[in-house]
Write a protein that binds this ligand. Structure first.
Ligand SMILES: CC(=O)N[C@H](C=O)[C@@H](O)[C@H](O)[C@H](O)CO
Ligand SMILES: CC(=O)C(=O)O
Length: 309
């Protein structure tokens, strides 16, 4: 791998940004990018689950990525999730992502149909071939995708030299170790990255060997994950764990809302920083008046946790 350091650290999953009519807001995208740069994160993961990729058209996803790149180029590591549920659209997004200069592309496996491993590998390799000068990240999120990354599929994918990382969102932290071990066996130390997925296990994931993390709640409280990461780098596990507990309580609180977690987080960013990022796309549930107290409480918890750092 050319530069492992650019993947080491806190990489927020970028939120879908909409205007009042529910159309993509490139102004919102740019504002959120600038906000995250100012917070000092390592990079952004654009167009993933938190980016509501499965509810967006190819042209919308291109517009989002272009708006991110206009602010982030040279300042952040940009990983563009390009997976769609058909190969042709995914290939088009992969080619586009390379043309705008991302650091890496990433993809979930095909969803709904449980396809054989050779078909999943072909789907990923076709995208990678459309972005031949760009690194490729496998996105393993079995609880949502319906298909999990197996060791045999990973070994098959490691034949493609562009495959440099797994973003692991499965819940066993042990999976991080297994993927990392296989990657390093194939590529050598320092040449294969695993990202922690579950934010509730950021510390555990880093301790078992994740090089960094990509997560859906980082953008709403980057200070907490940056602090956890620093403590882990210094071997200060107790201090890291204390912040992890705070972050987890905040996540559980945000998940109490009727509205989707992303809707809650975008509302908190609006209240804390005046960022206008809109709601979530249907069929995801938006916020309802009864969510007001939960949003306010979660915001207060975030502010208190940051104040304690
Ligand atoms: C299943 C899922 O969406 N996982 C995300 C990515 O790995 C996480 O970042 C979660 O959003 C986060 O851990 C909150 O539960
Ligand atoms: C949460 C996450 O990692 C994603 O948006 O894909």
């Amino acid at each position: 791998m050319k530069d492992i350091k650019k993947y080491q650290g806190v990489i927020p999953a970028f939120y879908a940004c909409y205007d009042a009519e529910g159309n993509i807001s490139t102004e919102g995208v740019k504002a959120l990018t600038r906000h995250l740069i100012a917070k000092g994160v390592k990079g952004v993961y654009v167009g993933g689950s938190s980016g509501e990729c499965i509810y967006q058209h190819v042209d919308e996803r291109k517009a989002v990525l272009e708006a991110v790149m206009s602010e982030a180029k040279g300042k952040l590591t940009v990983i563009a999730h390009v997976g769609c549920n058909n190969t042709a659209d995914s290939v088009e997004l992969a080619r586009h992502a390379e043309s705008v200069g991302v650091d890496a592309i990433a993809s979930i496996p095909p969803i709904y149909f449980h396809l054989p491993e050779y078909a999943i590998a072909k789907y990923w390799n076709d995208m990678s071939a459309a972005a031949p000068n760009t690194e490729f990240v496998i996105y393993n999120i079995p609880q949502l995708a319906g298909t999990g990354l197996t060791m045999s599929l990973l070994k098959e994918m490691l034949k493609n030299p562009n495959v440099v990382a797994v973003k692991n969102s499965s819940m066993p932290t042990q999976d991080i170790q297994m993927f990392k071990d296989a990657g390093i066996a194939a590529r050598g130390e320092g040449n294969f990255v695993v990202f922690n997925g579950p934010d509730e296990q950021f510390v555990s994931g880093r301790v078992i060997g994740a090089d960094g993390g990509i997560g859906g709640t980082y953008a709403v409280m980057p200070e907490l994950y940056l602090a956890m990461n620093d403590h882990i780098n210094k071997g200060e596990i107790e201090a890291a764990r204390a912040i992890q507990y705070e972050a987890d309580r905040i996540i559980y609180k945000m998940c109490e809302a009727h509205g989707n977690l992303y809707a809650v987080q975008k509302e908190i960013l609006r209240r804390m920083y005046g960022l206008e990022l809109g709601g979530v796309r249907e069929p995801m549930p938006g916020l309802i008046p009864e969510d007001e107290a939960i949003v306010a409480e979660a915001q207060a918890m975030i502010e208190a946790a940051i104040a304690k750092l």
